[in-house]
Design a protein around this ligand. Structure first.
Ligand code: NAD
Length: 229
C-alpha cells in the first residue's frame, strides 16, 4: 500500500481509532461494529468504514471488526518500521512538559536528546532526556541517527533551528513555535499552535450568529473536531 495516498486527515483519525480501541478496550468485546467505534470517536459510522476500507481492512456485517486484527492493521500502517529517534530543541517550559509527556508514550517513537542554548540547561537531564548545547546538534543528531525533530524555541529562532535539524539529517519536524517554516518540500512539517485552535473554538462557540454547519468544511458531522491534534 502506498502510504502517501492515505489522506492526512485519515491518518489522524486512524490514530484516534487506535487510542479509543486501546483506552476503551474493556468496554468493547473481541469485536466492534463501525457505529460503536464511531460513537466512541464522535464520528460517523460511514467515515469509520471509509477509513478502514482505505487501509484494506474490512469487517464482517454480522460480527463487525475483530479488535485485535484491527489494532494490528492500524499499527502496520501508522507505525514506523523501526524505532524513530527524536530530538527536541528548546528545553524551556514547553520543551520540558513535552519531554515529560512523551516518556514511554510510544514504543516506536523515542525522545532521545534535547538541545538548548542556556548553560543552566546544558548538561542536565529532563525526564531522562539529556540536554546538549545546540552547537553540538549536527554531531549528536547525525551520530544517533535521529530522524524527527520537535521545535520549542522562541519563534525568532525557529527557522534557524529547523534548518540546522534538516542539515543534520532530520526528515520530519513537529513545530510548536508560532512561525511558518520554509524548508525543502521533502521535509514533513506539522505545526501545532494552541492559539489557532483556541481561536477556532472561540469562533464557533462564541459567535452567536454563526452556525458551524454553514461555514466549516463538510467532512465533519459532529460538533467535535476529533482530527485536531
Ligand atoms: P521558554 O522561554 O520557556 O523556552 C524556550 C527555550 O528555548 C529556552 O530554554 C531557551 O534557552 C531555548 N532557546 C532559545 N533559543 C534557542 C536556540 N536558538 N536553540 C536552542 N534553544 C534555544 O518558552 P516556552 O514557553 O517553552 O515556549 C517555547 C516556544 O513554544 C515559543 O515559541 C512559544 O511561543 C511556543 N509555544 C507554543 C505553544 C503551542 O500551543 N504551540 C504553547 C506554548 C508555547
Amino acid at each position: 500500500m502506498n502510504k502517501r495516498k492515505i489522506p492526512s486527515r485519515c491518518v489522524e483519525r486512524l490514530s484516534i481509532y487506535r487510542r479509543a480501541l486501546l483506552q476503551d478496550r474493556r468496554l468493547f468485546g473481541p469485536s466492534i461494529f463501525s457505529h460503536e467505534l464511531a460513537f466512541a470517536c464522535r464520528l460517523t459510522a460511514a467515515q469509520v468504514r471509509r477509513d478502514l476500507m482505505l487501509i484494506g481492512y474490512s469487517g464482517s456485517p454480522t460480527s463487525g471488526y475483530e479488535v485485535r486484527r484491527l489494532l494490528s492493521s492500524i499499527g502496520a500502517l501508522l507505525d514506523p518500521p523501526h524505532v524513530c529517534e527524536v530530538a527536541i530543541v528548546g528545553m524551556g517550559h514547553l520543551g520540558r512538559s513535552i519531554a515529560a509527556y512523551l516518556v514511554d508514550r510510544s514504543p516506536k517513537i523515542h525522545l532521545t536528546v534535547a538541545f538548548d542554548v542556556n548553560p543552566e540547561k546544558i548538561g542536565n537531564t529532563f525526564s531522562g532526556v539529556p540536554c546538549h548545547a545546540v552547537d553540538k546538534l549536527d554531531e549528536v543528531v547525525s551520530s544517533k541517527g535521529i530522524t524527527l525533530g520537535i521545535l520549542t524555541v522562541p519563534s525568532e529562532h525557529a527557522q534557524e533551528a529547523a534548518e540546522r535539524l534538516v542539515r543534520a539529517g532530520v526528515s520530519g519536524i513537529l513545530n510548536f513555535a508560532p512561525a511558518c517554516l520554509h524548508l525543502p518540500e521533502k521535509i514533513h512539517v506539522e505545526n501545532i499552535d494552541m492559539t489557532v485552535v483556541l481561536e477556532k473554538v472561540a469562533f464557533f462557540a462564541c459567535g452567536s450568529q454563526r452556525r458551524k454547519g454553514n461555514i466549516d468544511d463538510h467532512s465533519s458531522t459532529s460538533n467535535v473536531d476529533q482530527t485536531a491534534p
